[in-house]
Design a protein around this ligand. Structure first.
Ligand code: 3PG
Length: 411
């Protein structure tokens, strides 16, 4: 667990708190409606509720979408949803650090909450710079001048060295919020000294990320086994010399991942038997699922799932594990015919005694759809930040909190 301070280390009563959360949610491109409020709920029910009950004056900073993209919308809807969840009024201020924002901040009473304008409306928000550089901007200076404390609860944005993520931590006393704390604790449990056997189930489409995670967790003796599925499974299978057939090899080529094969081969040779690849797959023939052994490859049909024998073998390993990380579904679970692999693997994880950490947008959506959320030990709210963490990268948002903690110790 990184050496950071938390809400347990500060008295927030009547303090003006700048709270960075991650409300970034999927948005319907046509109606612009928020499609999922998981992140808003998570922050509301933990950090925001606690700060409000303790009598802090709360200024919420958040982003939504990326400028120029259809999900780049105002935080008004998020504010309304937050107010509903908390059962108390929350004001949306259509200003980020100008006079209107500062007036609203000055008027705040203990326990009250405002949400400022989408941080990504500030043109330099997304410029990746060190905290001290961001801290020189008017945005950081103006808001820091009216606040007592910075609370970073946005673990899922902590991989971005963006102004609102790292800037305030350079100039204000800064601590982690409860979601940040909870994510880091869960991750420490699987990455620092996991109970063994520890397994990583890596699926989904981001094969390059899966390779980096595999390298990190095998080189650092974190994982005993890596079980592969999805496009990751296809690529790792191809690295063993299997020709998957026209459409499947073409997909790997299109995704520009074939040049990862030498690195995968090297890793497999370094850790023999530790990286598992599918022994059978499900292909689509005339719109239906058909399972074939990898001995019957290549195929002219697209592969959309792992097969029954692979599910059995993976479930056996899952059954013996004490720590499990799942990132990326093993198959195209959105299609009924190809849901079996994802469903049965996630059920095996949910039914195991192991500490299970599940993350990534698609994986979490699958877990929710299958009604397994409550049976997992920990479901992360993060996507990219989680992947970076699992690769062993230091997240700028977390590093900024560590530095703030060191500064506080010296005082
Ligand atoms: C996320 O949703 O993963 C975070 O909010 C970061 O968003 P970004 O990838 O647009 O920086």
């Amino acid at each position: 667990m990184p050496r950071i301070l938390t809400l347990d280390d500060v008295d927030v009563k009547e303090k003006t708190v700048l709270l960075r959360v991650d409300f970034n949610s999927p948005v319907d491109p046509e109606t612009k409606k928020i499609l999922d409020d998981t992140r808003i709920k998570a922050h509301a029910e933990t950090t925001i509720k606690e700060l409000s009950e303790k009598g802090a004056k709360i200024i919420i900073l958040a982003h939504q979408g990326r400028p120029g993209e259809p999900d780049f919308i105002s935080l008004e809807q998020h504010t309304k949803r937050l107010s509903e969840i908390l059962g108390k009024p929350v004001r949306y201020i259509d200003d980020l650090y100008g006079e209107e924002a500062k007036r609203a901040i000055r008027e705040l009473k203990p326990g009250e909450i405002i949400v400022l304008k989408n941080t990504r409306t500030y043109p330099y928000e997304r410029k990746s710079k060190p905290p001290e550089e961001h801290a020189k901007s008017d945005f950081i200076k103006e808001l820091a001048s009216v606040a007592d404390l910075f609370v970073n609860d946005a673990f899922s944005a902590a991989h971005r060295s963006h102004a609102s993520v790292v800037g305030f931590a350079a100039v204000l006393p800064s601590v982690a919020g409860r979601i940040m704390e909870r994510e880091l604790k869960a991750l420490a449990r699987v990455l620092e000294s996991p109970e063994k056997p520890c397994i990583f189930i890596l699926g989904g489409a981001k094969a390059d990320d899966s390779l980096k995670i595999s390298q990190y967790v095998l080189d650092n003796n974190i994982a005993d086994y890596v079980l592969t599925g999805g496009i990751t499974g296809h690529l790792f299978l191809a690295a063993t010399g299997v020709d998957l057939g026209g459409p499947n090899m073409a997909l790997l080529e299109k995704q520009k991942v074939l040049d990862l094969i030498p690195g995968i081969k090297e890793l497999m040779a370094k850790y023999p038997g530790k990286i598992k690849v599918p022994v059978d797959v499900a292909i689509e023939v005339d719109g239906r699922r058909k399972e074939i052994s990898i001995k019957d490859l290549p195929t002219e049909y697209p592969i959309y799932d792992i097969g029954t024998e692979t599910i059995k073998e993976y479930s056996r390993i899952i059954g013996e594990a004490k720590s499990i990380v799942v990132s990326g579904p093993p198959g195209v679970y959105e299609r009924e015919e190809f849901r079996k692999g994802t469903k049965e693997i996630l059920e095996a994880v949910a039914n195991s005694e192991a500490f299970s950490l599940v993350g990534g947008g698609h994986t979490v959506a699958a877990v929710q759809e299958l009604g397994l959320t409550d049976k997992m030990s920990y479901v992360s709210t993060a996507g990219g930040a989680l992947i970076e963490f699992l690769m062993g990268s230091k997240l700028p948002g977390v590093v900024a909190l560590e530095k703030a903690a060191e500064r506080a110790k010296k005082r």
